[in-house]
Write a protein that binds this ligand. Structure first.
Ligand SMILES: [Zn+2]
Length: 272
């Protein structure tokens, strides 16, 4: 089957694994053949030479994450997106070179998600380390949040990255250890600056790392400490277009007073 050309508009938004960047994809003529497999919400297109069993395993994992993430943010209650012609495409190149050559992305990027008009796709290449339990759920999370919360309202960047990283195997545990140290040394980012920080403009790698790790730590804290129901309500209010502070106020009215109060409670949780 030939590759769907509409995926390559002149400019598409690429949500990369470690950040969100704007990248211009050039129109590429695809002469090669692609193998295809479908599940309820995904279509995987993969190069010749990649085993069908591996492609099937990717689809099974993708469906598992879809259910898990959708439930976490309350998506499944309201919508039945991503079925039939709206299925998300997972495009898998042979290796880092093949990927770099055809997407103009560096091979170390590992892949990313694109949304272009009605098309959603995860573009990557076959790699084992950090793919099935890392990049795949991370990017599925970005696409679900975009569809569920971000259709007409921007999603706070830290929140988007926090939820996405929460899906990565072992990430929240690492974040807990790291942030405890940062809190002890009083080196965390004050919430009000974290919430307004445009990470896409951050040049300092260390600051960017803290931004990501602290973001997942706060999302983890909200769910672990106050439960899934409140968190789904928070997502619902964000979907309605409320700012994070307003949504927090409504979803946690009896427990958290404000962003400052959230920070105070998170800090004492981290010190515990
Ligand atoms: Zn991300």
């Amino acid at each position: 089957m030939s590759f769907p050309n509409n995926i390559y508009g002149r400019f598409v938004t690429v949500l990369f694994f470690l950040g969100i960047v704007f990248v211009g994809f050039s129109d590429v003529a695809f002469a090669e053949t692609w193998n295809t497999k479908k599940s309820d919400h995904f279509i995987i297109q993969y190069r010749d030479g990649i085993e069908t069993s591996w492609a099937s395993a990717v689809l099974r994992k993708a469906e598992y994450y879809y259910d898990r993430i959708a439930q976490e943010v309350g998506y499944s209650r309201y919508n039945k997106f991503w079925t039939w012609d709206k299925r998300v495409q997972i495009v898998v190149y042979t290796d880092a070179n093949d990927f770099a050559q055809h997407t103009n992305q560096p091979g170390w990027a590992g892949g990313g998600a694109i949304r272009h008009r009605k098309l959603s796709a995860i573009i990557t290449y076959k790699h084992e380390e950090g793919f099935m339990d890392g990049l795949l759920p991370h990017e599925i999370s970005h696409l679900i949040l975009k569809d569920f919360i971000g259709r007409s309202h921007p999603i706070p960047l830290w929140f988007d990255e926090g939820v996405a990283q929460l899906q990565e195997e072992g990430k929240k545990e690492k974040a807990r250890v790291f942030m405890r140290q940062m809190v002890k040394g009083d080196k965390y980012i004050p919430f009000r600056s974290l919430f307004n920080h445009d990470i896409r403009r951050e040049k300092d790698v260390n600051k960017a790392a803290v931004f990501y790790i602290q973001s997942v730590s706060i999302v983890d804290f909200l769910i672990s400490r106050y439960g899934s129901e409140n968190f789904r309500e928070l997502c619902g209010f964000l979907k309605e277009g409320l700012s994070f502070e307003q949504a927090l106020d409504k979803a946690y009215s009896s427990t958290i007073d404000s962003v400052d109060d959230l920070q105070k409670k998170w800090v004492s949780y981290m010190k515990f």
